[in-house]
Design a binder for this molecule. Structure first.
Ligand SMILES: C[S@@+](CC[C@H](N)C(=O)[O-])C[C@H]1O[C@@H](n2cnc3c(N)ncnc32)[C@H](O)[C@@H]1O
Length: 259
């Protein structure tokens, strides 16, 4: 089971640090930042790389999406997501589907809104991804996403390479300008790009302090002493590359023209 990149141990670890159902930082607050000023009530929403379901809960329960389809390439996260949504009785509006990497198996213009949080980091070809998202949106539809990005397209520093090796995940970070160009080339208009390094700089330091302090016991209870120590050391590396400015979470938005 734990052959998956996001297996049960990681899901449990991240639930303690970032909240149940979240595999990325910021919880409801960061989702609110992403959706600020947008109304997704009554919309058909696709969530790419949905993970363990915390985001689907927010999109359906708090933002009133009519239908949410969460897709992911891994089975363990989808099992968690389905259980979470069932506990909240939202199965009639939230579905999940396991997909293979690459173009998604849905017809053109299937969705009003495509959402994604910190998942495209696993997709090397950002340009093809933007083209596929453009295809899947109905005219007038919106792409809203956040991702972990690098400051630019240069070679990663030794610190970044060491962090990524310690993380052990298939990270392929692009830069915010690269996303902007990829979206424009795909046909998106009204493109919005927002750097979130400053926010995460303070949040990640707080996460590390919590892991060394009050979260240590809950983490050890959830995943054991050794795994907790490994993750705390990993977070120190993560802090370093966020504080150096090399790792920069970013938000992107784009509109598919109505005609
Ligand atoms: C950092 S987690 C974020 C999960 C969720 N969006 C969240 O914020 O909690 C990244 C997710 O992307 C998924 N993923 C990796 N490659 C993918 C791909 N090609 N298409 C869709 N999802 C993918 C992973 O399995 C994982 O669940």
């Amino acid at each position: 089971m734990d052959e998956a990149e996001y297996g049960d141990t990681m899901i449990q670890t991240l639930a303690v640090i970032w909240g149940e159902g979240f595999l990325s930082p910021g919880g409801a607050g960061e989702v609110a930042e992403l959706l600020r000023g947008l109304d997704i009530s009554g919309k058909r929403v696709l969530d790419v790389g949905c993970g363990a379901g915390g985001i689907e809960l927010l999109l359906a329960r708090d933002y009133g999406a009519a239908e949410v389809l969460g897709i992911d390439v891994e089975a363990p996260v989808l099992e968690h997501a389905r259980r979470l949504i069932a506990r909240h009785g939202l199965q009639n509006r939230v579905r999940f589907e396991q997909v293979s990497p690459g173009p998604l198996p849905f017809p053109d213009a299937s969705f009003d809104v495509i959402f994604s949080k910190d998942a495209v980091i696993h997709i090397p070809d950002k340009e093809s991804w933007c083209q596929d998202m453009f295809r899947l949106l109905r005219p007038g539809g919106l792409l809203v996403a956040s991702d972990w990005m690098r400051v630019d397209e240069s070679e990663p520093s030794a610190e970044m390479l060491a962090y990524m090796e310690a993380e052990g995940l298939s990270f392929r970070m692009g830069s915010l300008p690269r996303y902007g160009s990829a979206m424009a080339d795909a046909g998106f208009v009204q493109i919005g790009l927002r750097d979130r390094n400053e926010w995460y700089r303070s949040a990640v330091r707080a996460e590390l302090e919590q892991m060394r302090g009050p979260l240590r016991a809950p983490l050890e209870a959830a995943v054991g002493v050794e795994e907790t120590a490994r993750n705390t050391a990993l977070w120190a590396r993560l802090c370093a590359v966020v504080e150096s400015g090399e790792l920069r979470p970013g938000h992107i938005r784009g509109l598919k023209p109505a005609c």
